[in-house]
Design a protein around this ligand. Structure first.
Ligand SMILES: *Cc1c(COP(=O)(O)O)cnc(C)c1O
Length: 396
């Protein structure tokens, strides 16, 4: 078929031309004497995206899931009590990994469409006078349901209870797109990956750790090898890696970090907020609802849209691809058939988002959803013509 195939899934996301071209280079020697001149500034600059000033960032040749595993196996020990919550496919998988790695998991099941239950976290931390809980986990952005949780609120719950537990955050679909401040919020392990807000292909897992997490790793007894902090630190400190790094992806990362610095994180967050609001206006104009139950849960990187009774959202996704060359995200697990998702993160702008809305609107009409042609797109257009507002931080 002629023309572009449009990618509006919440990862992998669209890749800027500068990033694509930066990766198109001959293979290089990862043990060359000049390699550290490239890698050492890279390690410093990626910390800025996490707003991590005093810790460090590990770059693994893995996906985000590898960075999850690295965080758990280096910083915790089998049998450690951890507090987690589950409200979508990704938070569900995180709990599953913690259990499989032998942690003693207290997993709170929440309604899908809501996020981290701060009140329950606060209560459990207050009650834990013996400090058995070693870490609490927060999925900052649940990609399956388009729900953003309050990371600063998790920090506040820890502080209110004067509790020393570590704070783990899954920021795979939020860091670099939605406000995240590791140092200020006292986050100990922040996980991300290359193929979402970082605008790269899949293949790099990022783990940004605090000094406290680095200290905990010295005594924790989780088994680690490929994902070992110690091996990474030893080699990274001199600008090298303990095994063959994905040099092309690292070159791409250099280009993407430069683009992020050029636009500025505040501007990036505001852009994502503006684009997301346009999508939400369209959804409202269609007479449809988001999976996210309340405005406080709205995600600025992905919208999960509930289809009307009698319509299969899988059908919407299939038809959008077949007929309009547009990839939308499907519903996962409990929301399979019920939601379709529009990923609106990374390298994109108003006109691209309008493309996704046009495709979604045509497909919804084709699937028999009763809506006025142009209603959603029109509402988004009106929004996009207006000024960008700063993204509102989740916590004051
Ligand atoms: C994509 C995603 C993951 C998984 O990352 P992979 O890179 O696919 O391993 C984990 N958590 C969240 C919130 C995600 O969006």
């Amino acid at each position: 078929m002629a023309g572009f195939t449009h990618l509006f899934i919440p990862g992998p996301t669209n890749i800027p031309e500068q990033v694509r071209q930066a990766m198109n280079l001959p293979m290089e020697d990862m043990r060359a004497g000049s390699f550290p001149q490239f890698t050492l500034p890279l390690f410093e600059d990626i910390k800025k995206v996490f707003m991590n000033e005093t810790g460090r960032v590990f770059i693994f040749p893995s996906s985000g899931t590898g960075a999850w595993e690295s965080a758990m196996t280096n910083v915790l020990s089998p049998g450690d009590r951890v507090l987690m919550s589950r409200f979508g496919q990704f938070s569900h998988l995180w709990v599953d990994m913690a259990e499989r790695l032998g942690l003693d998991v207290d997993a709170i099941d929440c309604e899908w469409g809501t996020g981290v239950p701060l009140d329950l976290y606060a209560e459990k931390l207050q009650a834990d006078k013996a400090h058995r809980i070693k870490a609490i986990f927060c999925t900052q952005n649940e990609t399956a349901t388009g729900v953003t949780s309050d990371v600063a609120g998790c920090r506040a719950a820890l502080d209110a209870a004067n509790h020393p537990a570590l704070l783990f955050v899954d920021g795979v679909s939020s860091i670099g797109s939605i406000d995240f401040r590791q140092e200020e919020w006292g986050v100990d392990c922040a996980v991300s990956g290359s193929q979402k807000g970082f605008m790269l292909p899949a293949g790099l897992g990022f783990l940004s750790v605090s000094k406290k997490a680095l200290a905990a790793a010295k005594t924790a007894t989780g088994r680690r090898c490929f994902f070992s902090f110690e091996d990474m630190i030893k080699t990274n400190d001199t600008g090298y890696f303990p095994y063959t790094p994905a040099t092309q992806l690292l070159r791409g990362l250099r280009a993407s970090l430069d683009l992020i610095a050029e636009e500025g994180l505040e501007a990036i967050f505001a852009r994502h907020h503006h684009l997301a609001e346009g999508v939400r206006k369209a959804v409202g104009a269609w007479g449809l609802k988001l999976c996210a139950k309340e405005a406080k849960w709205h995600s600025d990187t992905v919208s999960a849209i509930l289809v009307p009774e009698g319509i299969d959202s899988g059908d919407v996704v299939k038809r959008a691809y077949q007929k309009y060359q547009t990839s939308l995200g499907g519903g996962l697990n409990k929301v399979a058939g019920k939601v379709f998702r529009i990923g609106h993160l990374g390298w994109l702008n108003e006109v691209m988002v309008l493309g996704s809305l046009s495709a979604a609107e045509m497909t919804l009409l084709d699937c028999g959803v009763k809506l006025a042609p142009g209603s959603g797109v029109g509402a988004a257009i009106e929004h996009f013509r207006g000024p960008q507002q700063p993204a509102i931080a989740k916590a004051a």
